[in-house]
Write a protein of this length. Structure first.
Ligand code: SF4
Length: 139
């Protein structure tokens, strides 16, 4: 069972890394509406409450909810904290966050951490209050 867990989580970790680099390649060809300016304050505010948006139909299905939770707690080093109903957000904490806000696995941090602040193709990026980054329109 342990070997199975290692193989499965390893497989999904590799998928997440491939996804991260594929998105970088796509970004070379398609310009996004928004870009990120500023810099990280390195105080760990984005690691304390990691918000994962999940549609209501996923939240309401116990198997899908288990799958999402498994993904973020086994493939990622997170633990479930709480659910914010009006924002459809599952909030996770991270086991790798040091007390001073630094990351204990910074060089090996998961792709989701490397992607923050996330810039998708159309929506304005959502940033934590007080974050050193800011969203600007691409010219
Ligand atoms: S792995 Fe590191 S960067 Fe990612 S949430 Fe945890 S402490 Fe933050």
């Amino acid at each position: 069972m342990l070997l199975f867990n290692i193989v499965v989580t390893g497989f999904f970790r590799v998928l997440a890394i491939i996804d991260y680099y594929l998105e970088k390649v796509v970004g070379v060809f398609f310009k996004k509406k928004w870009k990120i300016a500023g810099s990280c304050k390195k105080d760990g505010r984005c690691c304390r409450d990691i918000g994962i948006i999940a549609e209501k139909w996923i939240i309401n299905n116990k198997y899908l909810l288990k799958l999402v939770t498994w993904w973020y707690t086994k493939v990622h080093p997170f633990y479930f904290k709480y659910y914010v109903e009006n924002e459809d957000a599952l909030i996770f904490g991270c086991t790798k966050l040091n007390d001073n806000g630094s990351c204990s696995i910074y060089k090996k941090r998961p792709p989701i951490c490397r992607k923050y602040p996330v810039v998708n193709y159309f929506k304005k990026p959502v940033l934590f209050e007080g974050c050193g980054f800011k969203a600007e329109m691409n010219s």
